[in-house]
Design a protein around this ligand. Structure first.
Ligand code: COA
Length: 163
């Protein structure tokens, strides 16, 4: 199978309309729409989302934020890392390698990655070579963090106060 092409998504009405096909549609999408309507952001400005199109249809997406090293509580040595949110493949397009293609794209920045695994997706993340971290209630607040370590990076051990 040909390798799916991952594209940076632009913020415009077409993209916002496509987002409505995804189950996880909420505050970030709505605020994008409001910002667009109020001209706070320009049409076709870059969004934090990346996606895969099948023809003209957006069938898979994720968002990626780069977190500054000074806020890093997950990796040793502490460094800039990527926070991966909202990975979702439309149901009819699942199990065709699109989820993996997005995760591989995120890995290609060669920064550590942190995500919050949804219920019952642990098996998928294990397959993607992500690992769960030692749960720290103060830091993780009920999330189910999974991380990917590039070469030379390991889990950060938090001090007693940080847990
Ligand atoms: N549980 C276990 N393994 C899974 C899986 C799941 N839910 N979904 C896919 N896999 C496996 C595939 O079998 C494949 O394995 P292989 O390489 O040995 O063949 C590998 O993971 C890659 O699969 P891929 O085709 O890239 O998965 P996908 O495109 O369907 O994307 C999800 C995976 C989970 C992102 C997608 O199914 C989805 O959006 N599901 C609904 C939302 C969700 O659960 N999101 C979880 C992320 S927070």
């Amino acid at each position: 199978m040909e390798k799916p092409e991952v594209k940076r998504l632009l913020i415009n009405y077409k993209t916002l309309e496509e987002f409505q096909n995804f189950r996880e549609y909420g505050a970030p999408e709505l605020s994008m729409k409001e910002d667009l309507q109020a001209n706070i952001i320009e049409n076709d400005s870059e969004s934090p989302f990346y996606g895969i199109y099948y023809g003209n249809k957006l069938v898979a997406r994720m968002s990626l934020y780069r977190v500054k090293g000074k806020f890093d509580q997950y990796f040793e040595p502490p460094q800039d890392y990527l926070e991966l949110f909202k990975l979702e493949v439309l149901e009819a397009y699942q199990n065709k390698g699109y989820g993996k293609a997005l995760v591989d794209f995120a890995k290609s920045f060669n920064l550590p990655i942190k995500t919050n695994a949804r219920q019952r997706s642990d098996e998928f993340w294990n397959k993607m070579d992500f690992e769960s971290v030692t749960y720290q209630p103060m830091r993780d607040r009920g999330e189910n963090p999974y991380v990917w370590y590039p070469e030379g990076v390991k889990e950060q051990v938090l001090s007693q106060e940080q847990r």
